[in-house]
Design a protein around this ligand. Structure first.
Ligand SMILES: Nc1nc(=O)c2c([nH]1)NC[C@@H]1CN(c3ccc(C(=O)N[C@@H](CCC(=O)O)C(=O)O)cc3)C=[N+]21
Length: 296
């Protein structure tokens, strides 16, 4: 058996096209252009990759892109003042502060300064609480992208056993909440889980979000399971830099029913969902119908 490859790149292009269509309608019908502000402090390499892809996509779907690049030694007061300005700016519907921030900045304080209605990352404590209680919120982009791919592939997820490996606030925990919301039986596994392989083999849906290159191997995958690889790891192999996931693709694909590749899987969906969230935030701010199929 060889797994169906879930093409995140193609799916993301479809999502972006849907977003672009809504944006065109907002412009023509209401004279509104959704705007996304991205704040980048310092020079984190992962964030730079993200920013590069993001800027082009924002423009491509017809939105306004506001970039704020601050030096690595920016003070907390200056960063908070910028967020206050963006919160008050009616042209800005979404605000994203690139993480990680330099060590001298308190990322919790900074994230919680963002107006929750403009928090397109879904990291504000209010959005975390709303998601956890099943209320309307802004949903973190990476888990939302994974959910969209799973719904597209399976239709209903009800009753499926889902195992999320990784318990981060940005992926693992919100992913588990979303799967629970779609009536999966959810297990969150992590570095201290006993017999991780056996837990993973119980999964109909296996989401790998551990940040360790190729840690999830084929012997940990139930035959026919759907494997979602959230990992983006840069490694050296045969003298070259390579992008690999948290899943050992070759061995997992030999057992799985469906699998997302890296690159071209979850990554492009994260960016597409950032645009979808910006559109959603804009529609909510204006009291207009929000797009269907682009939210949780
Ligand atoms: N507040 C905040 N929100 C984020 O969502 C956030 C962040 N900070 N900081 C940095 C990380 C990283 N991240 C990526 C998203 C997509 C790709 C992506 O599109 N990857 C392509 C490959 C890119 C390549 O070729 O290197 C792929 O997987 O196919 C990569 C990285 C979002 N992040």
């Amino acid at each position: 058996m060889t797994a169906t490859v879930i093409d995140g790149k193609a799916f993301a292009a479809k999502v972006r096209a849907e977003v672009a269509e809504h944006v065109a309608r907002l412009k023509a019908g209401h004279g509104i252009t959704p705007g996304l502000a991205v704040v980048l402090v310092g020079e984190d390499p992962a964030s730079k990759v993200y920013v590069k892809n993001k800027h082009a996509s924002t423009i491509e779907v017809g939105m306004e892109s506001f970039e704020h690049r601050l030096s690595a030694d920016t003070s907390e007061a200056d960063l908070l003042a910028l967020i206050d300005r963006l919160n008050a700016d009616p042209a800005v519907h979404g605000i994203l502060v690139q993480l990680p921030l330099p060590k001298h900045l308190d990322s919790e304080l900074v994230i919680n300064r963002i107006d929750p209605a403009k928090d397109v990352d879904g990291f504000h404590i209010s959005n975390v609480g709303l998601l956890g209680t099943g209320q309307k919120s802004m949903v973190p982009c990476t888990p939302l992208g994974c959910l969209m791919m799973l719904r597209d592939h399976h239709g209903s997820l009800a009753g499926m056993n889902a195992v999320v490996v990784g318990r981060s606030n940005i992926v693992g925990k919100p992913m588990a909440q979303l799967l629970l919301g779609d009536s999966c039986t959810v297990t969150i596994a992590h570095s201290r889980t006993k017999d991780l392989a056996a837990v993973c083999r119980g999964a109909d849906i296996l989401v790998a979000a551990v940040g360790r290159p190729e840690m999830i191997t084929g012997d940990m995958v139930k035959p026919g399971a759907t494997v979602i690889d959230v990992g983006i790891n840069r490694i050296e192999r045969d003298g070259k830099t390579k992008l690999v996931g948290d899943v050992d693709y070759a061995s997992a694909a030999a057992v799985a029913g469906a699998i997302t590749p890296v690159p071209g899987g979850v990554g492009p969906m994260t960016i597409a969902c950032l645009l979808a969230n910006t559109l959603t935030a804009c529609c909510r701010a204006k009291g207009l119908d929000e797009p269907k199929g682009l939210t949780a």
